[in-house]
Design a protein around this ligand. Sequence first.
Ligand code: NAD
Ligand code: WQD
Length: 359
Amino acid sequence: MKNKILVTGGAGYIGSHTCIALHEAGYGIVVYDNLSNSSREAINRVSMLIGQPIDFIEGDIRDAELLKKVFNAHHFYGVIHFAGLKAVGESVSKPLMYYNNNVNGTITLLEVMDEHNIKNLIFSSSATVYGDPEILPIDEKSPRSCTNPYGQSKLAVEYILEDIAVSDENWNLICLRYFNPVGAHPSGRIGEDPNDIPNNLMPYISQVAVGKLEKLSIFGHDYPTVDGTGVRDFIHVTDLAQGHVAALNYLKQQTDLQKFSSDRTNAIQKKSVGFLPINLGTGKGTSVLELVNTFSKETGKKIAYQFIDRRAGDIASCYGSADKAKTLLGWHAELSIADMCRDTWRWQSMNPDGYNAKN
Ligand code: NAD
Ligand code: WQD
């Protein structure tokens, strides 16, 4: 029988790509999403790509009663928890909304999991928990600190997960810290579909390329980096999706070992996974200008840009060590910056209005 996974936030950008990777890896999926930052069309497209309907529940992770019904109706192996709000700027003006959604929502989910004795979880954390790092590449032991409510909400959930792992050794909690996810499925059918004007670099570039925005403003030209612009660890969303499959396979292997050892009284007791933070990045930094130039080269589209002042809260460089993911999960990112640009452009040019388009 297939292991069934509850995917919260599975209609969103990273969740939708991960659903495809999970299906291809032989996992069963149930998507739970309130569609606050996504659309049914994303679910339709994922169904089309995997060639079968998706088990989809429209619901909020803060709705304990609905979650209980879902947990009663299915036997889940575990949960991949993407559901959350993610706009840094918005979190500064609406901190209560962010803490309520991201922290309270996760607590409600964890309580329902606990009640149903489902204790295997993969959580979407972020490299933002490392704040302004002192040492690059950033490894998982680097100190954590955040300066905005979005980041604080991720950090708060990390602390909660650490505490519950200490309280009960049956929890197996993998905390994936993503760097900068970009790109789209190679089919061009699913991708990132921001509401309004994008905050993030890659969707901004692709909307300039498709003619929806006039020019890119590059925030800062005086950072101590290769060309004065910010440096980030961009990672292709399909590589990221595979990282979740690798994390889930690892969890499964560990929980099978735990079961095996508890079935044999004399066997050496295998330890639970506890709280396990793992970076998902490429290990390489790319500057804003390098990304813009690669996008132009790969797509033949000229990207108009201007330099403006630094954006408040931005850091010069951020890229992660990918060693732990390699050693523990046997996973590493395979796709290049050129792949990320080509796939973003295929999605953007096929869907200039995102999921709203009639195609
Ligand atoms: P997204 O907004 O595309 O997906 C999140 C999904 O969660 C959306 O479909 C939204 O409708 C749903 N959702 C939000 N609140 C919910 C709630 N209360 N109940 C049910 N569903 C809810 O974002 P994404 O880029 O796919 O990010 C997925 C996760 O990864 C988020 O937790 C985000 O914070 C984290 N993350 C994202 C990035 C990034 O740059 N995209 C980087 C690091 C971490
Ligand atoms: C990348 C670089 C900008 C837009 C954010 C969140 C982080 C994580 C990923 C969720 C920076 C520059 C950007 C533009 C620009 N999300 N830039 N012009 O800030 O690294 O990370 O998304 O967890 O928490 O903070 O990503 O894409 O916004 O910026 O020059 O219009 O591009 O200054 O150097 P960031 P980004």
